[in-house]
Design a protein around this ligand. Structure first.
Ligand SMILES: C[S@@+](CC[C@H](N)C(=O)[O-])C[C@H]1O[C@@H](n2cnc3c(N)ncnc32)[C@H](O)[C@@H]1O
Length: 290
């Protein structure tokens, strides 16, 4: 697909998107990622598709849609477009009560059981990595504080977006994000590089592995017997029925005693025969029955 960056005459010629065209693009995105774009978010979708059409030199939605279905170029183009069509907003320590639950309640219980030597956590829909690195910081700090505990841990961080994953792998963030990280964690896990940026310290980076994975493929996930699944601000973009199906699959990937942490308020009245709701006022979490 030829790039025509700065093709301003093409920009001026960009057509509007009628409802049928919008439905077609929204259906494509939902079929391939599960993400639903409601009519109120049409301007977001139109801006994203048009922006990419401008870069690839397309002036008609039709032509771009057809080219997206050509193999193999269309598949390559899709990896760029899907990044534009999904929301990547994220923060370090985004939902503090969820991390407190892991550090103060779940982890001590796991360590007490004595049988645990390795913990495997999964950040589902990790975006640019902040959530995965937060999990790693919390696990590292609190595991090392447990006397006599010899627990190794690793975090798998997955997302559908390749560009987002590339940021996570680079572990380099703008300084404006530094104050999202509490001071006691900053000292241990962050290297302040210059006036503009900081990086995650190598000792922590090596605990986090990034991989592209589409949550719609969860039934075929290569991950099994997980201790911790962290899935926040992803399912909210999915249709309600789909959320339940995916949650059922996630539940099946937990080992007994493992915990599934969701975004507070993201799913209402979810229940699963092998999961028990963790009583907590601010966090939404479920334990896999032993
Ligand atoms: C708003 S971010 C949430 C990031 C992080 N979990 C948090 O709470 O801060 C949502 C992420 O979900 C990813 N996503 C959307 N659909 C997905 C899918 N089908 N499979 C995997 N990731 C997906 C997007 O690419 C995006 O990075």
């Amino acid at each position: 697909m030829a790039l025509a960056i700065g093709n301003w005459s093409a920009l001026n010629a960009m057509p509007g998107m009628d409802e049928a065209e919008f439905a077609r693009w929204a259906e494509l995105l939902e079929r391939r990622t599960g993400v639903v774009v409601p009519p109120a978010r049409k301007p977001f979708l139109v801006t994203a598709v048009r922006g990419r059409m401008r870069e690839t030199g397309h002036t008609r939605f039709d032509d771009y849609y057809r080219d997206l279905h050509k193999m193999p170029e269309g598949a390559i183009e899709w990896t760029t477009l899907v990044d534009r069509l999904t929301v990547h907003e994220t923060h370090f320590f985004r939902h503090q009560p969820s991390f407190d639950l892991i550090a103060n309640e779940w982890l001590p219980r796991v360590a007490q059981s004595g049988s645990q030597t390795a913990l495997h956590a999964w950040s589902v829909g990790c975006s640019t990595g902040e959530e995965a690195f937060t999990l790693a910081m919390v696990l590292d700090k609190h595991v090392s504080a447990i006397r006599d505990a010899r627990i190794y841990f690793g975090v798998t961080a997955t997302d559908v977006s390749h560009p987002a994953l590339a940021v996570g792998r680079g572990a380099l963030y703008p300084r404006s994000k530094l104050n999202e990280i509490p001071a006691e964690y900053r000292e241990r896990y962050v290297d302040e590089l210059d006036a503009d940026s900081f990086s995650i310290r190598e000792s922590l980076r090596k605990r986090v592995g990034f991989a592209q994975f589409n949550l719609l493929d969860v039934a075929r996930a290569p991950l099994k017997r997980l201790d911790l699944i962290f899935c926040q601000n992803v399912l909210i973009y999915f249709a309600r029925d789909r959320r339940r199906e995916l949650l059922d699959s996630l539940a099946g990937l937990l080992k007994p005693g493992g915990m599934l942490v969701l975004g507070a308020g993201e799913v209402i009245s979810f229940a699963h025969p092998q999961l028990s709701r963790v009583p907590h006022r601010q966090a939404l979490a479920f334990l896999r029955n032993r």
